[in-house]
Ligand binder design. Structure first.
Ligand code: ADP
Ligand code: MG
Length: 661
């Protein structure tokens, strides 16, 4: 049997080998002779085709033309730019600027591939601060459209018009500056043209390209026309808030917080400015995330990941924050030449950029609105925002692009509005100074550290009038869920569990950071019948538990005893608390648990420590909670990203009752 089997296998192998050999021989024979006859020779591509292929990298749709022409206009020093579009940019894209103009003898050169006035040497490339530098945009656009350039330099008797296709130059009339006209995009490459979407979609992309540039350069005025109608007009301004309100809508300012942060890095100062959206105004898409590196719009993973991290504590699920962030870095620390459309960059040290961006946004978010509610400076929506924009417009706030490294225009005048002082009344301001609404002030830190669970009693300044407290004075509790309070603006409604959860969570975090969690010994240890799994986790994680302020030990093989709890959670159900922490701990590995899951664990604990629904609170307790909220970072959201309070202004209440109409 064995013998037969072996013989059979060998025969089969032999057959297979013979078959493969025959097949191979046949193929080699035919392909040799066929190839002699049919293999095309290697030939250089005609110039026109090279340009069209190269254009594919840079110009994928009308919006890309808009982007490149705007880059050029900005590089020329323009202060006013007009974009005219027809049929979503497919039939016509014209960009007109009042910049330097191009001298007539250089007009034809501008159309050549790899011809640029912006860099000369490798050294220039390393520290490039212009938007363009590859010298290929005009050539690429010219290869796939009917392109004309009309340009006049200063003091020239007249302008010149160059037709890219024919190469003809003609004298023409124009004041100083350049107009580039791009007609019938992709007319010679029907395959590409077929991939274009509807005019409306292409128009939307074109507008987005203009928005990106407009947010980068508020000092430049922009006008956009479509089919002969003016559809956008943004005046030049030095006030970044004004430009953001123009481009992103008046509401944006009221729905976002100012960011202004500097960090010393190996390559000099990193400066991050802008605004980041309030967590309640997060979106389901990433469409309102504008990040700039040295004035260049980028899609950058380092920055977006850093921002995401900063929102971790206040945004739930897959909600996407909105933001406009200008990152200013030493240009030597950024390589902008890594992507044909320059939309990606590479940082010399991405860690430092990540850190700076994360801290910048964290700091902005930490400044809770709860501390400012009464001041009239930053109200939660839907309060009117137009007034706010107007008031900040009076300050000459200044663009957030690497001031040190860019044009003198970008000098810093007074910085971002960083103190609510002008508008806040004296009493509110006193509280704010104590409480540090713009991040934890030393005073607030000390206070909370000194008396963690009774921060309020720990001695705020002498009591201002109840109405002057930002979150006002408690008047009632309804359905065991909400606290109603009256402040200078009107009515405040607080979700008491959500708010207290945040207060406790922040206390736990701060204590753990500063000196480890203070613990409270239980007079009578709380015991419970534990599962085998809980017994095992309690033993394995004894150290981590202790660091979290929980002493949990076995009394016998089936019973665990909780002997201490963190002081801020003294009122919590010790058994419930221990059980949920044990359940959560089991998901991590013992060594790094506190590094990796610290916030998750503390958040779980805070939930147990926070007052539950249906607890009746006295007015004193309610007021104590309001005062704690005012000095707690991120107090506007609970740990799961839901809002903790809302303001209803008197106007809104009046409107509800049709008063004064
Ligand atoms: P790049 O911008 O990378 O230099 P482009 O192909 O976009 O390459 O432009 C080529 C050159 O034409 C630029 O370097 C610049 O000197 C000139 N140029 C283009 N557009 C303008 C403009 N609007 N104003 C002044 N010069 C321009
Ligand atoms: Mg260019």
């Amino acid at each position: 049997m064995q013998q037969l089997g072996r013989v059979g296998k060998q025969a089969g192998q032999r057959m297979a080998t013979a078959f493969v050999q025959a097949f191979y021989n046949a193929r080699v024979k035919t392909s040799n002779s066929e190839q002699e006859a049919s293999r095309p020779p290697i030939l250089p591509l005609p110039d026109e085709l090279i340009s069209q292929i190269a254009a594919g990298e840079v110009i994928e749709r009308p919006a890309a033309v808009v982007r490149e022409l705007l880059d050029n206009a900005l590089d020329s020093g323009a202060t006013q730019i007009t974009v005219r579009l027809q049929a979503g940019g497919v039939r016509l894209i014209a960009v007109e600027d009042n910049g330097s103009g191009i001298p007539p003898e250089q007009l034809p050169v501008a159309l050549q591939r790899h011809a640029t006035s912006k860099i000369r040497t490798l050294h220039d490339l390393e520290s490039v601060t212009s938007m363009g530098f590859r010298g290929e945009a005009l050539a690429a656009i010219g290869a796939v459209s009917e392109l004309t350039i009309l340009s006049a330099i200063a003091n020239a008797p007249h302008a010149w018009r160059l037709d890219a296709r024919s190469g003809e130059m003609q004298a023409a009339a124009r004041v100083q500056g350049t107009s580039v006209e791009v007609k019938e995009l992709f007319f010679s490459t029907p395959a590409r043209r077929k991939f274009l979407k509807s005019d409306a979609t292409e128009l939307a992309h074109c507008l987005e390209a203009v928005r990106r540039h407009a947010l980068a350069r508020p000092d430049v005025g922009f006008t956009v026309w479509h089919e002969g109608k003016c559809i956008e007009q943004w005046r030049a301004t030095l006030d970044m808030n004004r430009r953001m309100a123009d481009v992103l809508g008046e509401d944006f300012i009221g729905q976002s917080l100012p960011v202004d942060y500097q960090m010393q890095t190996a390559g000099g100062l990193a400066h991050i400015q802008g605004r980041c959206g309030l967590p309640d105004h997060a979106r389901s898409r990433t469409d309102r995330q504008y990040a700039y590196v040295n004035g260049r719009f980028v899609r950058d993973k380092v920055i977006s990941h850093a921002v995401r991290g900063a929102y971790e504590d206040v945004l739930h699920g897959h909600r996407q924050p909105v933001y406009v962030l200008w990152v200013g870095l030493n240009p030597l620390r950024v390589d902008v030449n890594v992507h044909p459309t320059k939309i990606e960059v590479r940082f010399r040290d991405s860690r430092e950029v990540h850190q700076a961006a994360r801290h910048a946004v964290e700091q902005a978010l930490a400044a809770s609105r709860a501390a400012q509610a009464g001041s009239g400076v930053v109200l939660p929506p839907p309060a009117a925002s137009a007034g706010r924009v107007a008031s900040s417009a009076q300050q000459t706030t200044v663009p957030g692009v690497s001031q040190q490294y860019r044009m003198p225009l970008y000098e810093r005048a007074s910085g971002w509005p960083s103190r609510p002082s002008q508008l806040a009344d004296a009493a509110t301001w006193r509280v704010q100074e104590q409480a540090g609404p713009w991040g934890a002030s030393a005073a607030a830190e000390e206070q909370t550290a000194a008396a963690p669970d009774h921060a309020v009693e720990a001695g705020l300044p002498e009591q201002p009038e109840p109405q002057d407290w930002p979150l006002g004075c408690a008047v009632a509790q309804i359905h065991g869920v909400y606290i109603l309070a009256e402040n200078a603006n009107g009515l405040i409604i607080v979700d008491m569990h959500a708010a207290h959860e945040r207060v406790v969570y922040e206390q736990l975090k701060r204590q753990l950071d500063v000196a480890g969690l203070a613990t409270q010994q239980l007079l009578i240890p709380a015991t419970f019948a534990a599962t085998a799994h809980e017994m095992a986790v309690a033993e394995q994680y004894a150290h981590a538990l202790q660091q979290l302020g929980l002493e949990v030990s076995a009394i016998n093989t089936q019973t665990l005893a909780v002997r201490t709890v963190p002081a801020p959670l003294a009122a919590a159900d010790a058994v419930e608390l221990a059980r949920s922490v044990l359940a959560e701990l089991a998901q991590y590995d013992a060594d790094s648990v506190l590094q990796r899951a610290r916030n998750e664990l503390l958040s779980t604990m805070a939930c147990h420590g926070a007052i539950r629904a249906n607890r009746r609170l006295t007015l004193e307790e309610m007021n104590a909670l309001l005062r704690q909220m005012e000095i707690t970072e991120r107090a506007d959201q609970c740990n799961h990203g839901r809002p903790t309070w809302r303001q209803f202004s008197m106007q809104e209440l009046d409107a509800l009752f049709l008063r004064g109409r």
